[in-house]
Design a protein around this ligand. Structure first.
Ligand code: AMP
Ligand code: MG
Length: 416
């Protein structure tokens, strides 16, 4: 029989670290990679900016018509309505024209404002008769012009280093004519599913075995434009786990294991981390689900040991792996958001509850509804959820209406 892991190997084992302390410790575990690469704009979506971007030009970069209509010069004039001859025409894309004194100049939306014009009158406010146009009383000087620089001033810092590039940022960079974008290099993450019961999807399943769902789940959750995930599996064997940890730590920025984190007879991960030369800063967090959860360093790589039950593994990743990844990427901190509970959440004073919820606006407030029954082995409550809520410990249940922090499954909609 394999030896029972000894508590004395872990001087911190007595400390059940509070959830919030563990979150801060996780974020501080890593240092920013500070490694940049330049990518074409078309490949920049979802990446993290590695430098602050200055606007090489103003936006708009020239005064332009905001509507289809007529450019005129109203300064110094009194006595609208006006009747003016139409002389000249500028469409979007044409070189800027010149407004001949005492005339109106036909312009289309986006056209450069002709030199000498100070107002655009919409075609709806004008009556055209042949080469003459008549404007009514409602013409206001200076209207319907997009002024150069009113959106973006030339040389202003428009996007800060650490910002995630979403579709709006892509629009901005494209409008400024920026072809290549400095981004932080992708993270290399190894996800090691431990457990002798695990089979990969596609393999035959004998009674007593299960398919590895944590590996595919974490690969799907964590891989993306900023991270490449390598999933691996290993049986419950201290030496085999240690060997694999040692080998993946050489080429990974972040090593994650699932299962085998507790002190049962087949829980070997903590000993294996030590054996592989790593150390753990935290290895029990006061949370439900997911108490047996450790993190520390394995050579230069950050290490997170997640529990085996799918909800415990997932919520540990949302709570701790994502902050570590954000630090490595130098990403601006995600905004924290809160919702009101729509259910009574039982709790205990000494631990934080993480509960899967679906979110929706009810009576004008963002409201969190529990998405399934208790049980960290269940997968269906996650499938029905948008987020988890973080319910701090207390001796009384959290009643409906209590405001709690939300960790969205898809965090890109609340980026910093
Ligand atoms: P453990 O943390 O090793 O005690 O595992 C807790 C529970 O999670 C057990 O029922 C395991 O069979 C299950 N489990 C462990 N690893 C995985 C995995 N990769 N995918 C799905 N379930 C798992
Ligand atoms: Mg196990």
């Amino acid at each position: 029989m394999p030896p029972v892991p000894s508590e004395c190997c872990f001087p911190l084992s007595a400390q059940l670290v509070p959830f919030e302390t563990a979150r801060l410790t996780a974020a501080a575990l890593a240092l920013p990679l500070n490694q940049r690469e330049d990518v074409p704009l078309a490949c920049a979506a979802g990446r993290i900016l590695a430098a602050t971007i200055e606007a090489p030009r103003a936006l708009p970069s020239f005064d332009q018509a905001a509507m289809d209509g007529y450019a005129i010069c109203l300064s110094g004039r009194t006595g609208v309505p006006l009747v003016l001859p139409v002389a000249g025409r500028t469409s979007a894309g044409d070189l800027p024209g010149v407004l001949a004194p005492g005339t109106a100049h036909r312009v289309m939306t986006g056209a450069a404002l002709p030199e000498g014009a100070d107002t655009v009158v919409t075609q709806e406010q004008a009556t055209r008769r042949g080469d003459l146009v008549r404007f009514g009383f409602d013409v206001a000087p200076g209207t319907h012009i997009r002024k150069a620089g009113e959106d973006v001033a030339q040389r202003s810092a428009i996007l800060q280093s650490g910002r995630m590039i979403g579709w709006a940022e892509i629009a901005l960079l494209a409008a400024l004519g920026i072809e290549t974008v400095p981004v932080v290099r992708r993270l290399r993450i190894a996800v090691l599913s431990t457990g002798s019961e695990l089979r990969s999807v596609g393999a035959a399943l004998l009674s007593g075995a299960i398919y590895d769902s944590n590996g595919p789940m974490l690969a799907a959750m964590l891989s993306g434009p900023n991270a490449h995930v390598t999933p691996l599996t290993v049986r419950d064997d201290q030496a085999a786990i240690a060997d694999m940890l040692k080998s993946v730590a050489r080429s990974a920025d972040l090593v994650i294991t699932t299962a085998g984190m507790s002190v049962g007879e087949e829980d070997h991960v903590r000993d294996a981390v030590m054996k592989a030369g790593g150390h753990l800063d935290v290895f029990k967090v006061a949370m439900k689900p997911g108490k047996p959860l450790a993190f520390g360093k394995l050579a230069e790589a950050c290490f997170v040991g997640l529990p085996g039950n799918p909800q415990a593994a997932a919520y540990g990743a949302l709570s701790f792996v994502r902050p570590i990844m954000a630090t490595l990427l130098g990403e601006a901190p995600a905004r924290r958001i809160a919702a009101e509970l729509a259910f009574t959440c039982s709790r205990k004073p000494d631990r934080t509850e993480l509960v899967p919820v679906s979110l929706q606006v009810e009576r004008g407030r963002l409201t969190a509804r529990r998405s399934g029954p208790d049980g960290s082995h269940r997968i269906m409550p996650m499938v029905s959820a948008d987020a988890i809520v973080i319910v701090p410990g207390a001796s009384q249940p959290a009643e409906p209406g209590t405001l709690v922090e939300v960790l969205p499954f898809d965090r890109s909609c609340f980026r910093g």
